[in-house]
Design a protein around this ligand. Sequence first.
Ligand SMILES: C[S@@+](CC[C@H](N)C(=O)[O-])C[C@H]1O[C@@H](n2cnc3c(N)ncnc32)[C@H](O)[C@@H]1O
Length: 386
Amino acid sequence: MEYFIAKTFAGLENELFKELHGLGAQNCRKLSRAVSFEGDISMMYRANYFCRTALRVLWRRKAFKFRNNNEFYKNVFDYDASEVLSPDGSLAFHTTASDSIFSTPLYASVLAKDAVCDRFRDAFDRRPDVDRESPDVQFHIHIYKDEAQLFLDSSGESLHRRGYKVRNHPAPINEVTAAALIKMTGWKADCDVIDPMCGGATLLIEAAMSALNIPAGFYRREFGFYRWKNFDRKLWSEIRNEAEIADDVSVNFYGSDIDARYLETARANVRQARLQDFVVLEREKFQHSSPERTPSLVIFNPPYGERLSVDDSASLYREIGDTLKNRYPGCRAFLISSDIDALKHVGLKPSKKWNVMNGSLECQFVGFELFSGDRKSFVIKQKGGK
Ligand SMILES: C[S@@+](CC[C@H](N)C(=O)[O-])C[C@H]1O[C@@H](n2cnc3c(N)ncnc32)[C@H](O)[C@@H]1O
């Protein structure tokens, strides 16, 4: 059994835990912005390919205690990196350290790099080069006090880079956040999904991929382990063949946006994901929209000032509340925003509320049950009364 850590954003650990457990990972444990798990190499491939809520998967190669620079160097030197790296290859180190003897994590990275390279020079008379941009092997070191863990980054580029974004929106939601939010709503591909402020269509693409069982890594060209010496192509192809992608799904995905430029962005991304038969896009102001079918899941991230300028966020969010209440009765609506004050202007009572990160932005994700008439009658009706 090997030990791994899958990283995610703060607030999404629960969803990542459930996903890893569902994929067959053993001894899953929630950490801060990560979940640790155990399994064999096929589990590492599986997590990279199928996990929608992981940013990267790290494989632990060594855990040790050290009291000084020499002991740190010696412990890293003892690890035989030639299992993954050749002397002609390239490497990079990324270190996080807290409460340790190192005044900066960079110093620990340099020491570890020297240890790995010195071992190569002793054995082969040659040593790998450092390449910070695109190394063959990316190491991560986590140091807490006198404890260090040496990991290999099996993902390479962050897993939120799914490979379907060919056009960029100025304020996109992160793909990993989008996938987690959809899971958090409890949606089980049992009703249509509407994103009435869809921008680059991230939420719709993630929802459609999930409904059709398209693996999160399906469109990616590369994973970190592709460049490792011990990359097992046959096993990797077996893992990819585990995907049971559906041809069709009985629900639709509707996206609209007020801005024609962003609809072009959405169209390009949807086409790249080969989802144009499932995702319907049109230009429309949210205030004039209504659902094709009821119930539907409405999920969106309205503009929130940080990246898109909003003239008057209080009135925009008030109009969002009014539109949901008047035009979407019978639906469930979920909003994510970092503008916590503006969210209060929606004027509806949230039935659910979470704190989550969208990339580096702290956000609130809120859910509303939409009904016609007053709340009291709705609650009585839900309880089976008259
Ligand atoms: C934060 S962005 C959404 C980003 C999107 N989730 C993505 O991943 O690319 C908000 C979007 O809302 C759109 N928008 C703003 N006001 C709108 C309105 N009244 N009706 C429809 N769309 C609107 C903007 O044009 C913008 O594309």
